[in-house]
Design a binder for this molecule. Structure first.
Ligand code: SF4
Length: 320
């Protein structure tokens, strides 16, 4: 565990007391979203730190991680080779990206079986050409990459995250977040942009980091798809803009105080109510179905990996 990773000591341990606890002191969008989805999901994932292993049917997780590494390394290489050496950036960036690849999924093993290393390479090439065009045309000035932040909220508690990029666009500072998805652009736009805690949290946090009002987020999405009768399967990139006014940020800050108080109540009582409306989307469905506390604990140990959630040090290695 990183020495800078700070946890909240448990006040009471009555629910699943045999497990060690790692509730993060600073909460990022993943933490808060887990709590909003279901209090018990927050307990399993953030307090106990049980996570779904990333390999196997969850191949889209290492796919996304490797793609992030590629984008990060392109900027690192750009600092070395500059505008006249753009093509020299490709190979070292790919070499870093492929290090985290866990091995191709078995054909037919899941709907994500097309996410192979070859498909990752094609995706990275698409991104490379997109990036190269951006550099040649001088669209953005990159101010920071992979920058962790921890900033105070109104009640003195801490909001955190890790910004993929902070950049200047037409004179204004913006955050840029890289995503990859198997959804269509229409579905992505409908369900994954605003309102979304991550984007407003990053806008607030990045403003604290650079001491200027960040205007919002440029969400740059790599869309991937399986080859079907109606789809050629080629990955492509599209950017979406999510802007925030100062009054939206203020309202979000007030809401955070309330959410934090709700988490306090659960922690003080060590009672983490189930929110059944989310169960059909939840990774812990097999756990909660067990009913008894003993059965649930056994399922957690059997099917999950226990590792604290440290947003500043996301571990890209693949658990099986
Ligand atoms: S399965 Fe349902 S009750 Fe259990 S953690 Fe998930 S959302 Fe909560």
């Amino acid at each position: 565990m990183d020495k800078d990773f700070k946890t909240i000591p448990p006040i009471k341990k009555t629910f699943m007391p045999k497990f060690e606890r790692f509730e993060p002191l600073a909460r990022d969008a993943t933490c808060i979203t887990a709590f909003k989805q279901c209090d018990r999901k927050y307990f399993f994932s953030m307090v106990l730190g049980f996570r779904v292993p990333k390999g196997g049917v969850m191949i889209y997780l290492p796919f996304g991680s490797c793609y992030h590494v590629f984008r990060y390394e392109l900027e690192v290489q750009f600092k070395i080779h500059g505008l006249n050496g753009l093509d020299k950036c490709l190979e070292p960036a790919w070499k870093e990206a492929e290090k985290g690849w866990p091995g191709n999924p078995t054909p037919g093993s899941s709907k994500w079986d097309y996410l192979t290393k070859e498909y990752l390479l094609v995706s990275c090439l698409v991104a490379f050409n997109f990036w190269k065009n951006e550099k040649i045309n001088g669209i953005y000035e990159i101010l920071a990459i992979e920058q962790p932040f921890e900033v105070a909220l109104d009640d003195g508690r801490t909001s955190g995250g890790k910004a993929d990029q902070i950049l200047r666009w037409n004179g204004d500072p913006w955050g840029r977040d890289f995503k990859s998805t198997g959804k269509s652009p229409q579905w992505y736009e409908r369900g994954d942009l605003d309102p979304k805690d991550q984007f407003i949290r990053y806008t607030h946090g990045e403003s604290g980091l650079i001491g200027e009002d960040i205007k919002g987020q440029i969400v740059e999405v790599l869309f991937h798809h399986k080859v079907t009768k109606t789809h050629d399967g080629k990955p492509f990139i599209r950017s979406f803009i999510v802007g925030y006014t100062p009054s939206q940020i203020e309202r979000w800050k007030r809401e955070q105080v309330i959410v934090e108080r709700q988490i306090d109540i659960c922690r003080e009582e060590d009672v983490w109510p189930a929110k059944e409306t989310f169960c059909s989307y939840c990774d812990y469905h097999s756990v909660c179905k067990m009913g008894t506390e003993r059965g649930m604990a056994a399922k957690l140990q059997q099917n999950f990996v226990q590792k604290h959630w440290d947003f500043k040090n996301i571990d890209n290695t693949v658990e099986r």
